[in-house]
Design a protein around this ligand. Sequence first.
Ligand SMILES: [Ca+2]
Ligand SMILES: [Ca+2]
Ligand SMILES: [Ca+2]
Ligand SMILES: [Ca+2]
Length: 341
Amino acid sequence: MRSKLFFTALPMCLAIAAASQAQVVLDGSAEAKLYGAAIAVQNTQTQFGDATQGTVDFASGSELDACYATIDGNFLFIVFAGNLESNYNKLDIFIDGVAGGQNRLRGNNPDVDFNGINRMGDDGTGNGLTFDADFSADLWMSLTCGGAPLAVYMNQAQLLTEGGGTGGYLGTGGAGAAGAVIFKSGFGFGLDNSNIAGVASGSELADTAAAELVRTGVEVRIPLSAIPGYTVGDLKVCAFINGGGHDYLSNQVLGPLGGGANLAEPRLVNLENYPGSQYVLIANSGATPCPSDLDLNGSVDAADLAALLGAWGGTGGDLDGSGTTDAADLAIMLGAWGACS
Ligand SMILES: [Ca+2]
Ligand SMILES: [Ca+2]
Ligand SMILES: [Ca+2]
Ligand SMILES: [Ca+2]
């Protein structure tokens, strides 16, 4: 009886697998078909080491060569092509999706990753990392990796206008497609550290043609519902490589700096002082077509309900942007039950 049920269910599983083949694979690589061309290219050599190993799970340096992004249903995918050194240096990522948020990082954000976000923020003297004038961060994520076998760790926090907010440690995984993880919250990542090309070591203007060819690095999966208050419209992302304690900003920033040395103390950095935008625009012309369809199979059904209940109290099923998955989100899902129109 058990085996009969198994074989009955098998064709359905295969059908689901086939339907999802066109979706993004979290493997640390920007598939050309899905991601298209780079939306930002590095123009500054790296002062955080030029990786030379060519191994998926180890890199001796960090660089951000290019940025690729795509939106698939309710999720934003971004590839930060380059390397993240296997020494617990940080890739800090900031998303701006709505008015409000923080143009200058406050000191009262959630205590996540050994209070890493607040290490970049106001220490009480009115400083704090400041973005370009037209960028106000709403969501922060950070990735770091090290050890043998390699472990990758991911954290996130809301950046609300008055601080506070929620955040936390998302979890851990490894390198390559096998090490990629999608957490219960809907966040996920893939890491491929095999790049040995891209920008070289230094603080001069970089070879942008070489940087633009890199398509492997850190790939992240972000539930659009995790961006507080976001429903529709273009997004901005600012990313940089930082020291192990979020305490020493590199010269690997996207949008790029236009040459120059590491920026050092994060609290004293004002990106408005650097020419051009130290953020990247991610165009999103369409509204999320069917936000309750969490698994993107075209209908709101029992699988979505299970995903929502599984994310209860987290952000993975947060349909109304309140920051948590609760009864209000359940009501939205039940109201949208059936095929997506
Ligand atoms: Ca991929
Ligand atoms: Ca904002
Ligand atoms: Ca390089
Ligand atoms: Ca600027």
